[in-house]
Design a protein around this ligand. Structure first.
Ligand code: XUL
Ligand code: CO
Length: 442
């Protein structure tokens, strides 16, 4: 049974939409969940989710110092009692922020067991506890996932481990996490290959590891169909960290991987802002690439730091960047069963429970504002028309026949020579377009 003891979040009032002019810092200024934009409520476009790991399990420890964030459940001696206290606090946080979704790893909601089977027993016990709590709440699961990277057994990878027992252990873990995600009516299931990569090629067989990962993902897809899980299976690209090179480097790399192992119609992508920038791409580039290949699944919302070379997972605060990302989401047809998962963490000195609430209000508000701005750009039509005009000559019959493959290289050359083609360079109008975007931001 859920405990009724107050949590560190229970004293906060529910955060409401009060509009841009409010003086209340614990209110939404832009996230007006029911506002109709592009034909449906804003909440259904954004589908914001709170990440259990950053919000409930973060200690603030870094390579140079120990924990700074002290929560009551972290002090609890009995691990399962601590897990229930954490869940009670989580549901208070979801209620206060009024978010429709949360996301979790098995290790966020439940402690590691003494062995595989006791860990699985803990997982199912906590899944039942969460299911019970969800009955009285208006929050759902955006996605579940397995933490197959933190424990030392995974140090050389999960699916890509040189030890087949680790592959089997990981497969068992993922099977149970998928079952639990289905039990909680999860909208998607995510796989991020934290240690599916290598640190040195000198001890690594790339071919074996890729084949293992390909097989593993096929097993996941088979299981999805077997249990009738209707959500999407999502891979989350990241180029490096913790391993030097990760196999799920970026959208294009994952697309090649999926095609090679026959999975391009079964698996979509969860794209993270800070992972995109670590790969040397912009977030909007990765979103656009995924949409182009029909792989746009869900987004992990955060930001990196220009001056730091690692995954800082900060809450987003850049309106222009986020608007450009939302613009590509709209152009790409929206997020479907996906959403905006705040895979973002407060800083090490942000030790108060209120810091976490401010962080989410800012992040959710920024995404709402960015989405409204992006919708305005789409509705304003100027921007889409610029692109349409830029490629307009491709609509002509001759251009289309070059694309359809009706003409050989020789035929194209003969025609071009006959016309003695002399194409005139035209401006890409980048500054005019950029001004259009920055001028229109509100
Ligand atoms: C790590 C990361 C993960 C995944 C889920 O960089 O983004 O939190 O989102 O395992
Ligand atoms: Co992520």
């Amino acid at each position: 049974m859920p405990t009724s003891a107050p949590s560190i979040f229970s004293s906060f009032d529910v955060v409401h939409y009060e509009g841009p002019d409010t003086q209340n810092s614990l209110a939404y200024r832009w996230y007006d969940a029911d506002r109709i934009v592009l034909g449906k409520p804003l909440q259904e476009h954004l589908r914001p989710a709170i990440a259990y790991w950053h919000s409930l399990a973060l200690t603030g420890a870094d390579p140079f110092g120990s924990a700074t964030i002290d929560r009551p459940w972290m002090r609890e001696q009995d691990a399962m009692t601590g897990a229930r206290m954490k869940a009670d606090a989580a549901f208070d946080l979801f209620r206060v922020l009024g978010v429709p979704f949360f996301t979790f790893h098995d290790r966020d909601i439940t402690p590691e067991g003494a062995d595989l089977n006791s860990g699985l027993k803990n997982l199912h016990e906590m899944a039942d506890y969460l299911e019970e709590k969800m009955q009285g709440a208006s929050v759902g699961v955006l996605w579940g996932t397995a933490n197959t990277f933190a424990h030392p057994r995974f140090m050389a990878g999960a699916a890509t481990n040189p030890d087949p027992e680790v592959f089997a252990f990981s497969a068992t873990t993922v099977k149970h996490c998928m079952d639990v995600t289905k039990q909680l009516n999860g909208q998607n299931y995510v796989l991020w290959g934290g240690r599916e990569g290598y640190d040195t090629l000198l001890n690594t067989s790339l071919r074996r590891e890729l084949d293992q990962l390909g097989r593993f993902l096929n097993l996941v897809v088979e299981h999805k169909h077997k249990i009738g899980f209707r959500g999407a299976i999502l891979m989350e690209p990241k180029p490096k960290e913790p391993t030097k090179h990760q196999y799920d480097f970026d959208v294009a790399t994952v697309y090649a991987f999926l095609q090679h192992y026959g999975l391009e119609h079964e698996v979509k992508l969860n794209i993270e802002a800070n992972h995109a920038t670590l790969a040397g791409h912009s977030f909007e580039h990765e979103i656009s690439m995924a949409a182009t290949f029909g792989l746009l699944g869900s987004l992990d919302i955060n930001r990196g730091d220009l001056l730091l070379g690692w995954d800082t997972d900060q809450f987003p605060n850049n309106l222009l960047d986020t608007t450009l990302a939302m613009y590509e989401v709209i152009r790409g047809g929206g997020l479907g069963t996906g959403g905006l998962n705040f895979d973002a963490k407060i800083r090490r000195q942000s030790i108060e429970s209120e810091d976490l609430i401010h962080a989410h209000i800012g992040g959710i508000d920024l995404c709402a504002r960015a989405f409204l701005n992006a919708a305005k750009l789409v509705e304003g039509k100027q921007l889409p028309e610029v692109v349409e005009q830029r490629y307009a000559n491709w609509n002509e019959e001759y251009a289309q026949s070059m694309l359809r493959g009706n003409l050989s290289l020789e035929a194209i050359a003969a025609d071009a020579e006959k016309k003695n083609l002399n194409p005139k360079p035209r401006s890409g109008r980048q500054e005019w377009i950029e001004n259009l975007v920055t001028r229109s931001l509100f």
